[in-house]
Design a protein around this ligand. Structure first.
Ligand code: FAD
Ligand code: NAI
Length: 495
């Protein structure tokens, strides 16, 4: 008994101690302290966007070097890899967002966060015009800000290829509202199918879910829909569940062209087992209110009745990006996005004051979160170096204006050397950490770099790796706790 009580006491003490430390740090995190105010002697750095690129930059940068202003229509960062899980209710929306002010309030110098959309950039006057596009508007909703350096990180928007009916009738999977919209539509299809007196054909139509685009987004959405069906809907809608059909439509000969052949085959066979139909070499030509029009591999056109269409057919540039590129018609000719140099500066801008990162650029890398966040972290180092160079240049100017004595000449030489050193910037180098995707049925696939080669793996163990990789990639402890908690909740109580 004595020993038992000693052990219980010890364990209790350790648990309470751990909880105490956790509580202390959570409280500290919750109420960040005073920050330095903006300094008129510092240059202004304007960051457009609050996504992967911009948030990685803000996380890594030293804000004491600049007066930083962040402008984005969303006042939060969205962890996109877990967005399809929100669409089926596995995760709660709040678990995968991090308020931008959370990041900026933990910085040494204040950062202004403005919820607005940049509408135009004037690279000559060095100004950004922006507009409050939210629901509630004040007396002022459009204004302009000056910048010394601009970081353009506005991402991309959904590509519809102007296919009729896409905007009007399909759900997207890009923003948080898209995932919530899809969830509502999906559940509404089920409830409408359960409405008394519905004909068998109409039930079959309402319960046919079509996902367009066999890229990673389309595959993950299909996998998540299947899990929702198998793990929850079979219990709550037993009379309807067997009628639910999921079809994935892809124009190319296979899904997931960026993954290795072995993993493509694995995904296709997993989908077959899960009764998810894959239609490859099939193009969506139109989306109607109650059907999709498909061009089949033999070029015949068929109209397929369905209740829900999720459109995941890739990205296109935002208008603000196209307008900025149009200001440099000689240098910016790539239709995929902004061309940048080795230091992520927009090519063609005479004073090199605009940097562009992430999905709005056209580089040799895929438009992924991994690339955008590495670019953001790299840019934090570059702009720190620029701040140093600018400070040295100002000192040099002051020295050159003072009467030339021997010490001054020596100091001028030394400052010039330091400037030359500060101007030597390493080019951006992308380090690929691998590609991961969830394919449903508690299985994931991963192409991982391995000793100069590639390790292709898929299955339940990869799924556990997928979960732990994303849990550790989430930017804050708060998000990690919330996501882990949602996963436990779903295992215990369902969606
Ligand atoms: P974003 O993260 O899209 O950020 C753009 C920011 O700009 C947003 O904050 C937006 O609100 C803001 N903005 C928009 N318009 C304006 C404007 N006019 N003015 C100012 N700000 C503006 N990649 C991976 O590597 N792994 C994954 O598992 C993965 N999963 C994904 C899952 C889904 C469902 C989706 C949609 C994408 C996924 N991606 C993944 C891709 C990844 O999300 C993008 O490559 C990444 O978000 C690009 O980062 P970004 O900073 O360029 O753009
Ligand atoms: P995507 O561009 O990768 O795939 C879109 C697919 O839709 C293409 O395969 C295209 O052939 C198909 N398509 C286009 N129009 C069509 C039509 N009319 N009919 C039928 N099919 C049509 O887009 P996605 O999946 O949204 O990904 C965008 C970027 O985000 C990619 O770079 C991707 O790597 C990245 N991403 C990465 C993830 C991961 O690593 N797990 C998850 C999601 C996105």
């Amino acid at each position: 008994w004595h020993r038992f009580l000693q052990t219980v006491g010890g364990v209790t003490l350790v648990t309470l101690g751990t909880l105490g430390v956790f509580y202390y740090y959570a409280q500290k995190d919750k109420s960040p302290g005073e920050q330095l105010p903006h300094d008129p002697s510092k240059k202004t750095l304007v960051v457009l966007g609050s996504g992967w690129g911009a948030t990685s930059l803000l996380n890594s940068m030293d804000t004491t070097d600049y007066n930083v202003i962040v402008i984005s229509p969303k006042n939060y960062f969205l962890f996109t890899p877990l967005l399809p899980s929100v669409a089926v209710g596995t995760l709660s929306p709040r678990s995968i967002l991090q308020p931008t002010r959370y990041v900026t309030r933990h910085k040494k110098r204040q950062v202004a966060v403005i919820e607005a959309s940049a509408t135009s950039v004037d690279p000559i006057a060095k100004t950004v015009k922006f507009e409050d596009t939210s629901e509630i508007q004040g007396l002022v909703s459009t204004t302009t800000v000056n910048y010394d350096y601009l970081v353009f990180a506005v991402g991309a928007e959904v590509q519809t290829f102007n296919i009729p009916g896409v905007k009007e009738n399909a759900c997207f999977m890009k923003e948080l509202e898209d995932a919530e919209h899809m969830q509502r539509r999906f559940l509404d299809c089920l409830e409408t199918a359960a409405f008394p007196g519905q004909t068998p054909d109409e039930i079959s139509r309402l319960l046919h879910m079509v996902v367009v685009g066999g890229g990673p987004t389309g595959v993950e959405v299909s996998g998540e829909l299947h899990d929702f069906l198998e793990e929850d809907l079979r219990s709550w809608y037993p009379e309807l569940a067997s009628n639910v059909r999921i079809t994935l439509v892809e124009a190319l000969p296979s899904v997931l062209p960026m993954f290795s052949k072995q993993l493509i085959d694995y995904t296709e066979s997993t989908f077959k087992e899960a009764k998810i139909d894959i239609l490859t070499k099939t193009m969506v030509k139109e989306i109607k209110e109650k059907s999709v029009v498909l061009q089949m591999p033999d070029k015949s056109v068929v109209e397929v009745p369905c209740g829900l269409v999720v459109w995941a057919a890739g990205n296109k540039l935002r208008k603000v990006t196209q307008d900025l590129m149009a200001k440099f018609p000689q240098a910016q000719t790539n239709r995929r996005g902004i061309t940048v140099d080795d230091h992520l500066r927009m090519v063609g801008v005479p004073d090199k004051s605009i940097f562009a990162i992430g999905d709005c650029t056209a580089t040799s890398y895929a438009p992924t979160a991994q690339v955008a966040s590495q670019e953001g972290a790299y840019l934090a180092r570059i702009i720190a170096q620029l701040a140093k160079r600018d400070e040295l240049a100002a000192r040099l100017k002051a020295l050159q204006e003072t009467p030339a004595v021997e010490e001054t000449k020596q100091e001028i030489e030394s400052v010039q050397k330091q400037i030359t050193k500060a101007e030597k910037m390493r080019p951006f180098h992308y380090s690929h950490q691998g590609s991961l995707a969830y394919i449903g049925s508690d299985k994931a696939i991963a192409d991982l770099p391995f000793f100069n080669g590639n390790l292709a793996t898929g299955g339940v163990a990869t799924y556990l790796f997928w979960r732990s990789a994303y849990l550790s990639t989430l930017f804050s402890p708060r998000n990690r706790v919330l996501v882990a908690n949602d996963w436990i909740k779903v295992k215990l109580f369902g969606r």
